[in-house]
Design a protein around this ligand. Structure first.
Ligand code: AMP
Length: 113
């Protein structure tokens, strides 16, 4: 786990977060700057810099992000939601540890900005 990665620090408990779910593979917590009434991040515990870093050996855990996300969305009472992975700064990625955004609780426009 890289020492200076923000999300690795959250996984290690060095930075507080509003955690919703955790197991050996993944962690889910509320986004600190929510862009919708519900805005949650689901991350693998393994450090991957982003979607581009995912390899075959990560397929199970990356699939689990979505399964856990679906369960969280159900518990949050948002049957309609958007799942977002940003890859690279121009696509809006600011934290270089793979994360899936769950956004819901309001109408979502398309295309995204
Ligand atoms: P991205 O722009 O796709 O890299 O998403 C990074 C997300 O991490 C943003 O939505 C930030 O608001 C969120 N974020 C940054 N720092 C924290 C933190 N300490 N706790 C929770 N969410 C954070």
């Amino acid at each position: 786990m890289p020492d200076n990665c923000l999300f690795c620090k959250i996984i290690r408990g060095e930075i507080p977060a509003s955690k919703l779910y955790e197991d050996d593979d993944v962690l889910a917590f509320r986004d600190i700057a929510p862009q919708a009434p519900v805005h949650i991040l689901v991350i693998p515990k393994k450090h991957l810099s982003g979607p581009v870093a995912v390899t075959e050996e990560d397929e199970r855990v990356v699939g689990k992000l979505m399964r856990v996300g679906n369960e969280i969305a159900r518990k949050e009472g948002i049957p309609h939601y958007r799942l977002v992975f940003n890859n690279g700064a121009q696509a809006g990625q600011t934290v270089f540890h793979l994360h899936m955004h769950i956004l819901g609780g309001r109408h979502m426009a398309w295309p995204p900005g």
